[in-house]
Design a protein around this ligand. Structure first.
Ligand SMILES: [Zn+2]
Length: 289
């Protein structure tokens, strides 16, 4: 590299560092600037078909939405029969009202009693990228508050989060929308994307084998990692046992999303959220400080 090119490259790196550091007025001066440049600023499980930090026979089942009173219990029955761990990203006021519906509150209790992870999918399932910062905070805190109401002092912390529609995490990382949403989410939880998305809603209602076949096609392509499903869908409840059986036939192992977070960051989601260095946009990767 000639001298002019070297100067240009150094200038670009310095520019990138100052851009990243400038994302937060509260940037901690004790964090080396190169850490900010080298690491994604917010811990998350990204949308990758083949995440390099996991063995290729790993699957983590996740169920968004709900709970609903018909299909979510059926999903829980299958998971119990098959001894498979899962993570439920629930809403507070979408499919059912967790404030008023005692049967729905019982399902939340059962998710925890059955050993699954309870996670946050916002109170009302709106596109949070279109909301003000105050409303985004309300959407996230709304689920935390109702879960504490239901489970009392036994309530788990909801340190895993998935934005409805993956929005804005599937889009431009450095646009104003992401920069509005991500710091608010990061104060509560690690955002969880997905690797495999069986096409539930394209399947006829209740057509379980259609969901299982869709998952199978993605396994055929070599995809692994986090599987996005919906516990409110009749076809998902109907096809879940077949999906699990097919995955096991291929030697796949089921783990929790917390296992996936640990594989990527060597720390739990709660530890990442609590890290004093991980505030706002000054979040840095563990081990790279
Ligand atoms: Zn959803």
């Amino acid at each position: 590299m000639d001298r002019a090119a070297a100067v240009y490259t150094l200038g670009s790196i310095a520019g990138a560092i100052s851009f990243l550091a400038g994302l937060s007025a509260a940037a901690d001066p004790s964090i080396p600037a190169e850490s900010l440049a080298a690491c994604p600023p917010f811990p998350e499980i990204p949308f990758e078909r083949q995440p390099a930090y996991l063995p290729s026979n790993t699957l983590a089942l996740t169920f968004d939405d709900g709970p609903d009173l018909v299909n979510t219990p059926k999903v829980l029955d299958v998971l119990a029969r098959e001894s498979v761990p899962a993570t439920f990203f629930i809403n507070a006021e979408s499919w059912t009202s967790l404030r008023r519906n005692e049967a729905a509150r019982d399902i939340v209790r059962r998710i925890v009693e059955d050993g699954h992870i309870l996670a946050n999918h916002t109170a009302r399932h709106m596109r949070i990228s279109r909301l003000s910062p105050e409303r985004i905070e309300e959407e996230i805190a709304g689920v935390e508050i109702v879960v504490r109401e239901i489970l009392g002092s036994e309530a788990p912390r909801l340190t895993l989060f998935r934005a409805p529609f993956g929005d804005p995490y599937t889009g431009n990382r450095w646009g104003p929308t992401f920069r509005k949403v991500a710091p608010i989410v990061a104060r509560h939880a690690v955002h969880v994307g997905w690797s495999i998305t069986p096409t539930e809603r394209a399947c006829p209602s209740g057509a379980g084998l259609c969901v299982a076949a869709s998952a199978q096609r993605q396994l055929d392509r070599g995809y692994y990692g986090v599987v996005l499903l919906h516990s409110t869908q009749a076809e998902t409840a109907a096809g879940l046992a077949a999906l699990i059986a097919e995955a096991r036939r291929r030697g796949m192992r089921f783990v929790s999303v917390e296992d996936v977070v640990r594989a990527r960051y060597q720390r739990s989601s709660a530890e990442l959220v609590d890290d004093p260095l991980c505030t706002g946009a000054t979040r840095v990767c563990p081990g790279r400080r």
